[in-house]
Structures are given as C-alpha cells and as structure tokens.
Design a binder for this molecule. Structure first.
Ligand SMILES: Cc1cc2nc3c(=O)[nH]c(=O)nc-3n(C[C@H](O)[C@H](O)[C@H](O)COP(=O)(O)OP(=O)(O)OC[C@H]3O[C@@H](n4cnc5c(N)ncnc54)[C@H](O)[C@@H]3O)c2cc1C
Length: 436
C-alpha cells in the first residue's frame, strides 16, 4: 500500500465528507427500509460502534461467513479517527487528516450496511436496538464496541457532568486533540502544562506518558523554558516505567517532572487549578485532565457494566456479555484479563475472535474457535525513537479466561529508531487491515 498516496486520498475523502456534510449517512427512509426485513432471511448481527473493535468484527464476520451473515454497523461519527498516533500531532510529526479515514470503501467492499447514527437503547428481551432517530432494528446477535465514557461526577468545578465541558482530555482523537494543541501554541515560554492521570484501568496506559514526550518535543523547539508536570494518581508509571523515566531524565531534563500518588479531586478550568486529595493545589497554564473512565454510555445504560459498575464482564471464549445473553462486547468497554490493556490491538484481536465465534454460533452451532491474540504497543518517546511492549494471550479452558502465553512477553531494552519505524508501520498496517 502506498501510504503517502493513501494519505492524500484519505485527506481528499475527509474534505469531501466535510463539505458533503454527511458521510455515509443513511437517510431515515433508507434506514427504515433496512429494518423491513433481514436480507434473504440471513441471520443478522448488529454492531454498535465502528471504532477498532467494531470495524474489525464487521469486516471479518462478512469474510468468515462468506457473506452468509447480514451485518449492520452503526456509529454516529462521520469518519474514523485513530487515537493511536494522535499524540504525534503535538510534536507536529502527524496531523489530524493523516489519522482520519473514510469507512466507505470497506463497508462497500464487504457488503456491510452502515448507518451513521447513534444507538440510544437496547431491548435484550425483544432483541431490538433503537436509534436516536427512533428507528428500531431487530438482531440475532448484537456486538457492542462503544469505547469509553468519562466520569466527571466528582468534579464540582465542572457544571456539565454529562459532557465535562471545560475539561480537555484528548483521549479520543479529534476536536479535543486540536484544542489541546492550540492551547500549547498559545502558551508563553516558561509556562506550565499539567497532565493528570486517573487510577488504572484507563484507555491506553502508556499514552499520557507518551504525550508528555511529544509535548516536550514541541517545547524544545518553540518554548524551551516551559515545563510539563505529570500528576499521576497511580503509585508509579503504569507502562514502560523505566524507559519513560530514563527518556525524561536524558532528553527532557528540567522540563518533564513526574509526581506519583496525585489523585485529582476537583478541577477549576477557569483558574487553571487542580485540587488533589492529599497534596497542595497546583495551577498551570494548560490543563490536560484525563478523568476516570468506564465503558461507553450505551453499555452502561443497557446494564452491561457488571464489573464495579464500570466495565463489561465477558466470556472470553465468545466475547458474550456475562450480564446479558446474545450481546457480545469488545474492546475498551470490557474488563480485561491478565496483562490485557485497553488498546486498539486488543480490540482488533477480540473483534477477529468474535467474528470467528459468531460465524460458528450462527451458521454451524458448533464452537471450535479458541481465541488467541496479542497486545503490541509502541510508545513514541523522542523525535526518532520509540519502544514497544508485547504479550501473547490464549484462551485458557481451565481458567475460563485469556492467559498470557509463557515466554511471550517482550519489552524494549531502550527506545530505538527501529521501534520508531515499526511503530509507524504497526499503525499503517492496522488501519489498512480494518479499513480496506
Ligand atoms: C492518545 C492515545 C494513543 C493511543 N495509542 C495506542 C497505540 O499506540 N496502540 C494501541 O493499541 N492503542 C492505542 N490507543 C488506544 C485505542 O485507541 C483504543 O484502545 C481503541 O480505540 C479501542 O477500540 P474500541 O473499539 O473499544 O473503541 P473506539 O475505537 O473508541 O470505538 C468506539 C466507537 O463507538 C462509537 N459509539 C459510541 N457510542 C455509540 C452508540 N451509542 N451508538 C453507536 N456508536 C457508538 C464511537 O463513535 C466510536 O467510533 C491509544 C489511545 C489514545 C487516546
């Protein structure tokens, strides 16, 4: 795949989509028509969310079933925006257009019905979903891959608890990424940029530390006296700890400061003030508050968050919810197994495994597929080096969960230019896989 050509194509599509106003939008009448009956009496799987998990399961369900399963894919977003690589926007190594892609070619190629809308309610008794437009669709199996939502309830300084207006987390690439970048650019040399990190689990454990490096690269070029404070509620850096600490000490001395055990209690965005459980308040010029998270709202309101009322428990053999039958949950919304982070790579692995099992369940009623997938995560640490972590996971019949395969763990001994190259390749490969 010629990626620079593809970027140009994606960029063109992106602009066309914006000017058209609606990407792949199924009009109400089309959507209603889609609901009138299942195509040729095929079993129907509806997928809520066309991010990493949803796109993967949609494509592979059609492929593995040889088009004998009808697939409806629903997402309100006009295009797919990849959070992986979005931190590199802060250092000007990537831009938003380069990580924004049309879903059009993929859904057309595989004969997937795409509806640009939001699912507002699930009725598991009748096996129906309802769109925010009011339309109803019946399913044989439902896959829910809605990513994450944020918990703003504890912050009294934030009036709008539903949307968290005033908080810039940038944990879903898009407008918030650009907003945060603009705030950086508006800082004066010598200012303070503060990142707060919630207690794990949260989306992509190394991403806030990677962000500190990428913001640091921007500061080195444009504001060498500015500082980055990482205020972490965890007792230590949650991923690639020694590697990040070495890079901060060697490449960003006096610029990046890491403080552990900083649990954020409240935030005052107007005054740029952070209020902690134990430590003194901190004021900064730019706040990048990453709030605690839970499974996406639709999973929560549908009763799927049966683990601490935050995450969805699944049977790892089938990805079926342990709360509601015939609903399968993927990706960040799920409660992970051992050493399984909330990552695009895991959402992709689960999506493929779920496509295998749903094909077996719906077409042959025999379950043979044993899930086996990996986590592979690159963190970009300097302008030319990155480091990676890898684990292989296999379904363990005796434990009824995914176990890490002994000896499969890899961790870079130091950031390298080779890992930087491989990290960019990883992103381009996964985009190509799920979008073509
Ligand atoms: C800065 C950053 C860097 C990252 N870097 C990496 C990395 O290097 N490697 C890696 O593996 N992972 C990385 N990740 C993590 C990765 O982005 C997530 O783990 C991945 O996106 C999870 O996939 P998902 O399908 O669960 O959710 P998403 O990809 O978030 O998809 C969820 C989709 O569901 C849709 N949706 C939500 N609610 C509804 C509804 N009610 N109706 C219809 N649709 C709905 C949303 O619009 C969205 O499109 C990074 C994340 C961040 C923030």
């Amino acid at each position: 795949m010629n990626l620079s050509h593809n970027y140009r194509m994606h960029r063109r599509n992106f602009i066309q989509q914006l000017s058209a106003g609606l990407l792949l939008g199924t009009s109400s009448s089309q959507a209603l028509a889609a609901n009138l009956g299942k195509a040729n009496g095929l079993p129907r799987v509806i997928i809520v969310g066309a991010g990493f998990g949803g796109l993967t399961v949609a494509k592979y369900l059609r492929q593995f079933s040889q088009n004998k399963i009808e697939v409806l894919l629903i997402d309100p977003s006009p295009s797919f925006v990849s959070s992986p690589m979005s931190n590199l926007i802060f250092s000007d190594q990537f831009n938003l257009q380069q990580i924004t892609f049309s879903r059009h070619a993929m859904v057309k190629k595989y004969g997937i019905r795409y509806i640009q809308n939001s699912v507002s309610r699930i009725d598991p008794e009748q096996q129906n979903i309802f769109l925010s437009s009011g339309e109803r669709f019946n399913y044989d199996r439902l896959v829910v891959s809605p990513g994450i939502s944020y918990l703003f309830d504890d912050y009294s300084g934030i009036q709008d608890k539903k949307n968290g207006t005033g908080i810039v987390h940038a944990m879903q690439a898009g407008p918030q990424t650009l907003q945060l970048k603009k705030s950086l650019e508006a800082m004066t040399n010598g200012g303070v940029f503060a990142i707060t990190i919630p207690v794990a689990p949260y989306r992509c454990p190394p991403s806030p530390y990677e962000r500190a490096c990428q913001v640091g690269l921007y500061f080195k070029k444009h504001q060498p006296k500015s500082k980055i404070l990482i205020l972490d509620a965890n007792p230590d850096v949650t991923s690639k700890s020694l590697l990040f600490k070495k890079v901060w000490a060697n490449h960003f001395p006096q610029m990046i400061e890491y403080r552990n055990n900083h649990t954020l209690m409240d935030v005052d965005p107007q005054d740029g003030r952070l209020i902690f459980e134990v430590q003194d308040d901190i004021t900064a010029d730019v706040l990048n508050v990453i709030p605690p998270m839970r499974a996406g709202d639709i999973a929560h309101t549908s009763g799927l968050t049966n683990i601490n009322r935050r995450w969805c428990g699944i049977d790892f053999l089938t990805c079926e919810s342990t709360a509601i039958s015939k609903i399968h949950v993927l990706g960040d919304a799920t409660q992970g197994a051992d050493l399984m982070p909330k990552s695009a790579q895991i959402a992709y692995g689960q999506g493929k495994a779920c496509a295998h099992t749903l094909t077996e369940i719906l077409l042959s009623q025999t379950l043979k597929h044993q899930p086996h997938y990996d986590n592979l995560c690159y963190s970009f640490m300097t302008e030319s080096t990155a480091a990676h972590i890898k684990t292989d996971h296999r379904y363990d019949e005796s434990r009824k969960t995914m176990s890490v395969i002994q000896g499969s763990q890899e961790l870079s001994s130091a950031p390298t230019t080779e890992d930087f190259k491989q990290g960019v390749k990883w992103a381009k490969d996964i985009w190509q896989d799920i979008l073509t």
